[in-house]
Design a protein around this ligand. Structure first.
Ligand SMILES: CC(C)(COP(=O)(O)OP(=O)(O)OC[C@H]1O[C@@H](n2cnc3c(N)ncnc32)[C@H](O)[C@@H]1OP(=O)(O)O)[C@@H](O)C(=O)NCCC(=O)NCCS
Length: 185
């Protein structure tokens, strides 16, 4: 099982002739991570923010994430293709004492690299590590009802819908339903 060390490769695969590396984060990822995230926000990707993030906040987030990984409170996988970070996925342990066996998932891949199978492979790896390293039993998250691509991929990877929170999300001037999804590990 892959013990945490900054930058350590967890898995390498070839998709559509390209080598795709899944690895742990390192502090020097900060510039690319910050740029990618803000590019996706500007593009209108269905993520948890409407506005771009400051680099300082992004750095603090990454510092805290690396600390959480050392404490087995989170697992984060960066995706690298030809030396460039093109996405990531994470699962963070629930803080409530009664549900520490459960975690919240997030995933995002930059536009140019969507649709070639990286998402399903990444979901497999991050869930495997959450089960083995963090001993999690359930992964959950919410996804906007309009995000048909993500919902298709989640269902293909064994995630199930648990319910809908009507109009929970306000984005681009309108309210959108939020779908709760989960998977037992
Ligand atoms: C959602 C996401 C993680 C999926 O990863 P990915 O690497 O693009 O996934 P895939 O390569 O498997 O996608 C291709 C599959 O999706 C299907 N697909 C593509 N667009 C679709 C759409 N609009 N509606 C339904 N299915 C769609 C394809 O037909 C293909 O299905 P198949 O494998 O059954 O043939 C990625 O697209 C992403 O990061 N999106 C932006 C951020 C985001 O939405 N994150 C999730 C927030 S909850």
């Amino acid at each position: 099982m892959a013990e945490f060390r900054q930058g350590k490769t967890v898995k390498t695969l070839t998709l559509k002739g390209r080598e795709v590396v899944f690895r742990y984060p390192k502090m020097s990822d900060i510039d690319q991570m910050w740029r990618n995230y803000n590019r996706m926000i500007r593009e209108g990707a269905m993520l948890s923010r409407n506005t771009v993030i400051k680099k300082k906040d992004s750095r603090e987030w990454l510092e805290s994430r690396i600390k959480q990984m050392r404490q087995n409170k989170a697992v984060q996988i960066m995706v690298e293709v030809e030396g460039k970070i093109i996405g990531s996925a994470d699962i963070k342990r629930d803080p409530m004492e009664v549900s520490t066996h459960s975690g919240d998932l997030g995933i995002a891949i930059t536009k140019e690299y969507r649709g070639i199978g990286i998402g399903p492979a990444l979901l497999d790896v991050v869930c495997f590590l959450a089960k083995k390293r963090m001993r999690l039993k359930i992964v959950k998250f919410t996804v906007y009802s309009e995000n048909r691509h993500a919902i298709h991929v989640y269902e293909k990877c064994g995630f199930r819908k648990a319910g809908v929170i009507p109009k929970r999300i306000y984005k681009k001037g309108k309210y959108i339903d939020d779908i709760i999804m989960y998977k037992p590990l």
